[in-house]
Write a protein that binds this ligand. Structure first.
Ligand code: NI
Length: 153
């Protein structure tokens, strides 16, 4: 495993749309392992592939809430319902945070690292994080959606 460099806001790669993953090969497994290592080293709870310069539809998450870490490949968000506002931050926008409105509930449909499909019904912080990471795959950053001001730490 190896740490990858996290791209910072201003890098054009963060604004590009990621492509679907079709090969569940060794290279993908290494990328996933590296993304977890990079996320943990940065004390993050989620990291999307474009943040490490790979324009592929993949994100990893670990909320440290007793649930298993999540690997979501080619994710789709279904049945988004309601709204919740949460103060978000992002490893690609260091030191900044702000309130973002997200779905209160959603269903994540994706493939795991072995290419097996799965579905997770999510709410609260899990739904926030899924929505935030999924946005990265379409070149959207949380600061685009901040209600009011983008604050500094
Ligand atoms: Ni982010």
């Amino acid at each position: 495993m190896a740490l990858r460099q996290v791209l910072i806001d201003g890098d054009e790669t963060l604004r590009k749309k990621s492509r679907e993953i079709t090969n569940f090969d060794d290279r993908l497994q290494t990328l996933i392992d590296d993304m977890f290592e990079t996320m943990y080293a940065s004390n993050g709870i989620g990291l999307a592939a474009p943040q490490v310069g790979v324009l592929r539809r993949l994100f990893v998450m670990d909320l440290h809430d007793g649930n298993e870490p999540i690997v979501a490949i080619n994710p789709q968000i279904m049945d988004a319902k309601g709204t919740q506002t949460y103060q978000e931050c992002c490893l690609s926008i260091p030191g900044r945070y702000g309130d973002v409105e997200r779905p209160a509930e959603l269903v994540l449909r994706a493939y795991d690292r072995n290419g097996e499909p799965f579905e997770i019904k999510a709410s609260e912080l899990t739904a926030v994080c899924i929505s935030h990471e999924n946005d990265h795959l379409d070149g959207i950053l949380f600061k685009d959606k901040v209600k009011g001001e983008l604050l500094s730490q």
